[in-house]
Design a protein around this ligand. Structure first.
Ligand code: HEC
Length: 106
C-alpha cells in the first residue's frame, strides 16, 4: 500500500501549513495586536485555539518559545527538529523561508 508515502506527504503538508501560516501571521501582527487578533480569528482558529489542542497546537505560550515544544502536541518530525524560535526576528523568518524553499526543490 502507499501508507508510508501518504504519511510523509501528510507530515510535509502539516509542516508547511504550520510554518507558513505562522510566518505570515506573525509578520503581519507584529505592529498592531488588535488587527492581529482579527486575523487570528479569521485565519487560524480553524486549526488553533489559545489553550487547547485542535488540528494544530495551542498558541498562547508560543511567542518567544522554540518551535515544536508544546508538551502534548504530536508535532511532525520536521517541526520538532526545527531550531526556530517564534519571535520577531526577521532573520529567523528568512531562515524558515529558505528551509521551505529547499524542501520545495526550487
Ligand atoms: C489547516 C490548519 C491550520 C491553520 C489554518 C493554521 N495552522 Fe498553525 N499549525 C497547524 C499544524 C498542523 C501545526 C503543527 C505542524 C507540525 O507539527 O509540523 C501548526 C503549527 C503552528 C505553529 C508552531 C507552534 C509550535 O508550538 O511550534 C504556529 C506558531 C502556528 N501554527 C501559527 C498559526 C497561525 C498564526 C495561524 C493563522 C494565520 C495558523 N497557524 C493557521 C495547522 C494550522
Amino acid at each position: 500500500m502507499h501508507n508510508r508515502t501518504n504519511r510523509r506527504l501528510t507530515t510535509t503538508l502539516a509542516t508547511l501549513t504550520g510554518v507558513v501560516c505562522a510566518t505570515i501571521a506573525m509578520a503581519a501582527s507584529a505592529k498592531d495586536p488588535s488587527r492581529g487578533s482579527e486575523t487570528f480569528e479569521k485565519r487560524c482558529t480553524g486549526c488553533h485555539t489559545l489553550d487547547t489542542m485542535k488540528v494544530g497546537p495551542p498558541l498562547r505560550a508560543v511567542y518567544g518559545r522554540n518551535a515544536g515544544k508544546d508538551r502534548q502536541f504530536p508535532y511532525s518530525d520536521a517541526m520538532k527538529k526545527a531550531a526556530v524560535k517564534w519571535d520577531e526576528d526577521p532573520a529567523e523568518r528568512a531562515n524558515i523561508i529558505a528551509y521551505l524553499r529547499q524542501l520545495s526543490g526550487k
